[in-house]
Design a protein around this ligand. Structure first.
Ligand SMILES: [Zn+2]
Length: 145
């Protein structure tokens, strides 16, 4: 009886901790960058033949047709509506003609993933300048205080 109650308690606690941990880590862009570099090393080692629908070629995942709206909103809010390279305001309040780009921090060509933790907000110019390079600018990490 006690064990079953403890199991339920632990399951509930694990769910709550996982959710809270994701929220904290999702805001930590340096951590996400380091994590995505580790993931990209693993992506290069995956046997392509086991997942032909997922890979474009060895070590390169297919680009999604579109991103879910919730992913775009999450990236926009985490990056506070600013280009993560040049800090241009992309909220549309002050400048209304900027195009928002959701960029792969570790590009697909470098074995990056389509995971929400591998995206950053960029303006059109910075997205074109970055192209397929690995791009993360720690200077653009903003603390909440
Ligand atoms: Zn920019």
């Amino acid at each position: 009886m006690h064990v079953r109650e403890l199991d339920e308690l632990l399951s509930d606690a694990a769910f709550r901790v996982a959710d809270a941990a994701f929220h904290m880590l999702y805001a930590d862009r340096p951590f996400l960058y380091a994590f995505q570099l580790l993931v990209s090393r693993r992506v290069r080692q995956i046997d392509l033949s086991a997942y032909p629908e997922v890979f474009l070629r060895p070590g390169v995942l297919r680009r999604p047709n579109s991103l879910p709206a919730w992913v775009k909103r999450a990236v926009f809010h985490r990056d506070r509506g600013r280009c993560q390279r040049c800090a241009t305001d992309l909220t549309g309040v002050a400048i209304t003609n900027e195009t928002i780009r959701i960029d792969h921090i570790v590009p697909l060509a470098e074995s990056g993933t389509n995971d929400p933790t591998n995206f950053q907000l960029l303006c059109e110019k910075c997205n074109l300048d970055k192209a397929a390079s690995i791009g993360f600018d720690e200077q653009r990490v903003h603390t909440y205080w």
